[in-house]
Design a protein around this ligand. Sequence first.
Ligand code: MF3
Ligand code: CO
Length: 253
Amino acid sequence: MIALKSAKEIELMRRAGKITAAARAVARDMVKPGVTTQQIDKAVYDFIKSQGATPSFLHYNGYPASVCVSVNDEIIHGIPGKRVLQEGDIVSVDVGAYIGGFHGDCAGTYPCGKVSDEAMDLIRVTQQSFFEGMKFAREGYRLSDISHAIQEYVESHGYSIVREYVGHGIGRNMHEAPEVPNYGKPGHGIRLLRGMTIAVEPMVNAGSAAIRQMPDGWTVKTADGKYAAHYENTILITAEEPELLTDATESLV
Ligand code: MF3
Ligand code: CO
């Protein structure tokens, strides 16, 4: 069952989305040499609480923090801790906020100080792949049209799409139907309808698509040790352009 959101529910999702996007900006602005990943977690927690919201991730399936911070070859679900960010790192932050009965969810990968040209290219391609998907995120297209556009763009730049993790519907729950893969043939899956809210989140590896699960039970790394990047927004399907509910209108970094 895919929930279509009413006008009232969409208003509530906008509120959750705005706080979530602002929390991502808080995390992004802390990506600097010398900062620990747990300092980012504290700042995100404090910000979300200051807005009267609750961090969606905290205690979700036992997850111990308010943000995922995934550095370099870590793809997703890095747990904040004592790690000190270094010049040249690329740092993925993923945040969720819950307020008024609804969730927002978004992520982005940011350079720590000056990073290599290769790392910057991976960040840009990952972010742009989301926007390539957005060209098909409107009523009338099918779900896999988004997936296909993301995959095409990423692979045409010589990078790989992670397959074990996918985007998702979002609303009263952080993860709802449908699943939103970042790969696939076009013209498959459900038909998109206005009022659907989904989180689209390409996870892109510089090298092979293979992943490695860490013993902490959360952190997912690239199997080959090469860089990975992540970009995610919560969006509303309409008859026209999708509305980015976690819009930061971030210029391409
Ligand atoms: N943001 C992730 C997603 O898009 C969820 C993080 S898992 C958590 O599905 F445990 F950290 F919450
Ligand atoms: Co998500």
